[in-house]
Design a protein around this ligand. Sequence first.
Ligand code: M6R
Length: 615
Amino acid sequence: MCGIIGVVGGGSLAKQLTDGLRRLEYRGYDSAGIVITLPGGEMQRMRAANGKNSLADLESESQSLASADILSGIGHTRWATHGGPTLPNAHPHYDCSERLAVIQNGIVENFAELKGQLIERGHSFTSETDTEVISHLLEEEMNTGITLLEAVKIASHRMRGAMSFVAISLDAPGVLIGFKRMAPMILGTNGKQWFIASDIPAILDQASTFYHLEDDSVVSVSKDGVEVFAEDGTRAEMTEFIVDWTLESAEKAGFEDFMSKEIFEQPAALRDTLAGRLRSSGEIELDETSISNDALARINKVFIVACGTSYHAGMVAKYAIEHWTKMPVELDISSEFRYRDPVVDERTLVVAVSQSGETLDTLAALHEAKNLGAQTIAVCNVVGSSMARLADSVLYTRAGPEVGVAATKTHTAQIGALLLLALKLSRIKGQLYPNEIDDIYHELVEIPGKIEEVLEKWDFIRSVAQVFSERDRFYFIGRHVGFPVALEGALKLKEISYLPAEGYPAGELKHGPIAMLDKNAVVIAMASKTRLFEKIVSNIEEVRARDSAVIVIGNHGSESIIKEGEYFIEVPQVHPLLAPLVDVVPLQIFAYHMARIHGEDVDRPRNLAKTVTVE
Ligand code: M6R
């Protein structure tokens, strides 16, 4: 997804802009660009559209500005949505006069209609992007004699969609104007300069104080400070927030890549997520809540909405919440939820699960849930993210920044947080006694140590991946909570190694997928000791009879279920509902090694973005 940075306050801003964009690399990009203003009324634009080399190209071109005295600048990394990843489509985008430039993250949904009207009125366009519409709309407003700030206030009402953008004009070169609507945008300052950014890492080492903006805010930023305006044009407030992430924590810390670092950070991430959340009364604390326990007691149904890996965490939660609360739990992919008339009312608790808290499909589902009158909780990793601020309550996963596109530590942290929520609901519903909650909580806080045991199998799992590295199809099977683990294992493998991989409920094999099994297929079976253990052993027999290779993820004492030529990866035995926290780890490691063996870039898989802020 697109990354945004803007700086005002003078100095060698070009490097600050490109450095900030570097730290947004994890959002994915296919082109990059900056615009800077110089004293004397000059605006300079530099852009590169060379895939993952775009930033390097931009850095070398902008060297020429190293000693320039720059008043202000904006920078952008683009992940193509409207128009291909070409140089004309790279941001920033000028108006006709080339005195004004805009960068955007999001989509102007009515851009085609607006563009048609602008062309009729004589504007000429140089790109296929929706963003260029913003530049021309602002130009048109400013031609009536108003300032860029006033133009943004007016033009923002003419555009539909989730977007944040920053505009800069030669009419007031020391001022940046930003607009935020359902796409991330924060402000920061170091006392001398002010920054606008789409994400914290962009300005983490440059700013010391950080601020959130409400949706539909217009903000004017100059070296002297900031003015914020609400949708109706009146003055509004911004909210300061504390960032306790260090730059170092966003770097690789000696690992070859972010994904391996983040896999190894899982014990710490889960410990942090669980820490101090249980009161001696058996009560579990949410971070920020406006839902009383009385309101939660009236809930008669839970609805979980999420995408991708977060959806798989939500799936684990469904099993736990239903088992521990006896309440029905529905689970939806966020992009399906909002378009299918979900049965939701004020007695429904909608739980939005999202690492970023910005995924547009989930954010929109959360909006829909609120419109339908539901009580809402966001489970997210990014403090102060859009979902965290929109939901009635928040339960933060305290996993720290996750840079690898493939979610790992945030996934296990999500499961941990959701299990806490399940325990909380169960206590409120009177289905578990405080001492039962206490017992499960204490088993839960032992899990990080169990994950450490799995991490010790790193090299062994690499050797298993090596054995099967030439196979072309992988099937992950599991039952009960082993099923979402199987889905997650398949997602990890396909997203970073590009190998065909599917996850199935093991009992479903015989209803179709078994037709795909032959001597070229590899089946990875989740076989932890649960009451369904014998059934999964039977499923493994079905696989064996089709000559497919077998890898079993199982507990101590189950090694005998494998036959010659098969592989057994041992994981510690834990409470069945907590098992996904442990069992998913060998699958992450397997996917990681397989991708590395195939020479793939595990941190930046092709076609993927860390945070998907478009529909
Ligand atoms: O930020 P979110 O958790 O809302 O992101 C949802 C998905 O895009 C995400 O989980 C994606 O599937 C993972 N990057 C896959 O590893």
